[in-house]
Design a protein around this ligand. Structure first.
Ligand SMILES: NC(=O)c1ccc[n+]([C@@H]2O[C@H](COP(=O)([O-])OP(=O)(O)OC[C@H]3O[C@@H](n4cnc5c(N)ncnc54)[C@H](OP(=O)(O)O)[C@@H]3O)[C@@H](O)[C@H]2O)c1
Length: 235
């Protein structure tokens, strides 16, 4: 049975990605970050034999090392990681209005979190599929950027895209494969509030993501940001 670890799996896209893997017969290690939310427990009740909830804060190397250790207790090999966790951070109308103390969190979670995840789990993945998957966003694509406010989220996703490019340059020749996914504009609900806008449901984004993550490509020597409608973006 194939195995995957998903970060930020408590709700919305991460929860639905976990569910989609479970439906397809994978064993899912679902990273829990929001301790007082019950959706992961409900999913675990549906799939008691093929799911394990693992505490994971991608902003902390200690937390991810402990998560990798917990996964290692039940499997010798992890096939795939999915970095889905994200922090959305602060916007400022212009560069003069930036509160620098609030710009750090998305960078730390979205970009450095991806790097910590890979560092923590690589030793467990050496004998598996060696597939590294990341949920990014068109919001980080410099060449088609259309927003005018200064957004810590957009900047952090650009940093994520660059981190992955550098990682790819190093690891792809060693047999690691990469997926970089943009889920489209998704109706993700927050803190009991319904989503504000969006074109797709979280389960629809997951239904596009998981086949991209699972299926092998004949062109693994290229890394491409692909969205939920199979369109390729520059990154
Ligand atoms: N929704 C969209 O339209 C859209 C578009 C493009 C890309 N994306 C990407 O899709 C992914 C999922 O987003 P979503 O829409 O499902 O929003 P979401 O529900 O906010 O998902 C992100 C999850 O990551 C968690 N998280 C925050 N900090 C974390 C940490 N340090 N460690 C582990 N988890 C942490 C969040 O918890 P808290 O809520 O408690 O912070 C949240 O549960 C993200 O990477 C996002 O950037 C979404």
């Amino acid at each position: 049975m194939k195995t995957v670890f998903v970060t930020g799996a408590d709700r919305n896209i991460g929860l639905e990605i976990s569910r989609e893997f479970l439906r397809r017969g994978w064993f899912v290690y679902a990273g829990r970050y929001i301790m007082d939310l019950g959706y992961l427990d409900e999913l675990k009740a549906e799939y008691p034999e093929t799911m394990q909830i693992v505490d994971a804060d991608v902003a902390s190397m200690e937390s991810l090392k402990a998560a990798a250790e917990a996964v290692k207790q039940t499997t010798g090999t992890l096939d795939m990681v999915v970095h889905n966790a994200a922090a959305f951070g602060d916007h400022a109308p212009n560069a003069q209005a930036v509160d620098f103390s609030r710009f750090w969190i998305p960078y730390n979670v979205n970009a450095l979190g991806a790097m910590r995840l890979v560092q923590a789990f690589m030793p467990l993945m050496q004998q598996g599929m060696k597939r590294l998957c990341f949920v990014s966003s068109e919001a980080g694509v410099v060449s088609v950027a259309h927003r005018t406010e200064v957004s810590s989220y957009c900047m952090s996703k650009t940093a994520l895209n660059m981190a992955l490019r550098l990682m790819f340059n190093q690891l792809q020749p060693e047999g690691w494969t990469f997926r970089l996914f943009h889920p489209g504009w998704v109706r993700s609900a927050k803190d009991g509030r319904p989503a504000r806008g969006g074109k797709f449901e979280p389960w629809e984004a997951a239904a596009s993501a998981v086949p991209q993550f699972i299926e092998d490509r004949e062109w693994e020597d290229r890394m491409v940001l692909i969205d939920n409608e199979d369109a390729a973006w520059p990154f």
